[in-house]
Design a protein around this ligand. Structure first.
Ligand code: URA
Length: 241
């Protein structure tokens, strides 16, 4: 960001609205390099100055990238009148203006969900043309056959005639009712509908990777961590094969 107004920086981090931020500054609750600054239009250098609100460092990144282990029971939206959303459960210290989930998981689907405020990045990850494959672990009601695997490779065709892009279905060792499904599109209920075409009903669905980024085993349901640059790059360039 470089040089920015103190009130603008604080507001951009979702701390409070610009007018509320000004009040916090006037009250002496904001420091720059441990010196109280009471002027909202003071310029701060986001590369070198340390800005704190009530003693807590305020981040200066324009864009943030998080991965959540989405629990079942919350919806992928920014806000909703009736349902709890994935943005509602983002812990306060990670809250920023403009956060949204990258693509959608159904309410009953669990697993890897990216949350960001970077629209270009989200487009890069979700656009089918960019072919970033997402891997799902699914429990289904009957075992798959080699014909099912071939059908996924050839492109499943929905009842309305929509042809899916090439996808990959494989068996999970030691559980004949479990499969991995790799898809690069994000149509509504895509995995459930693709399996339904092959007469398989999904009982449980969890996303386990996006491109080269895997959901870590130790990230509890509902928890969220910030991604580093390597992990962000891995999503797009580090496809797992
Ligand atoms: N496909 C589905 O059917 N549901 C999801 O939540 C994600 C992919």
């Amino acid at each position: 960001m470089g040089l920015v107004r103190l009130d603008k920086l604080l507001a951009s981090q979702g701390t409070a609205s610009r007018s509320d931020v000004k009040k916090l500054i006037y009250k002496g609750q904001v420091t720059v390099n441990d010196v109280v600054v009471k002027s909202p239009n003071a310029k701060v250098n986001t590369d070198s100055d340390v800005v704190k609100l009530n003693g807590e460092v305020v981040g200066a990144e324009e864009f943030v990238y998080y991965m959540m282990n989405k629990p079942a029971g919350v919806i992928c939206a920014t806000q909703d009148k009736h349902e709890k959303t994935v943005i509602d459960i983002v812990p306060a210290k990670y809250k920023r203006k403009g956060l949204f989930p990258v693509g959608r998981l159904d309410k009953d689907t669990e697993g890897l969900l990216l949350i960001t405020n970077d629209g270009d990045f989200a487009h890069r990850v979700t656009s089918p043309n960019k072919e970033v494959y997402k891997t799902y672990y699914a429990l289904i009601d009957s075992p798959i056959s080699n014909d099912d695997i071939e059908a996924f490779k050839n492109g499943i065709v929905f009842r309305d005639g929509t042809r899916c892009k090439q996808a990959f279905l494989s068996k999970v060792p030691d559980n004949e009712n479990a499969v991995y499904v790799k898809v690069c599109e994000g149509m509504f209920h895509q995995v459930k509908k693709m399996l339904a075409v092959r007469e398989k009903q999904v009982k449980y669905l969890r996303r386990i990777s996006i491109g080269g980024l895997k959901l870590p085993d130790n990230l509890d349901k509902g928890n969220l961590i910030s991604l580093n640059k390597l992990e962000i790059n891995n999503i797009i360039f580090g496809e797992i094969h």
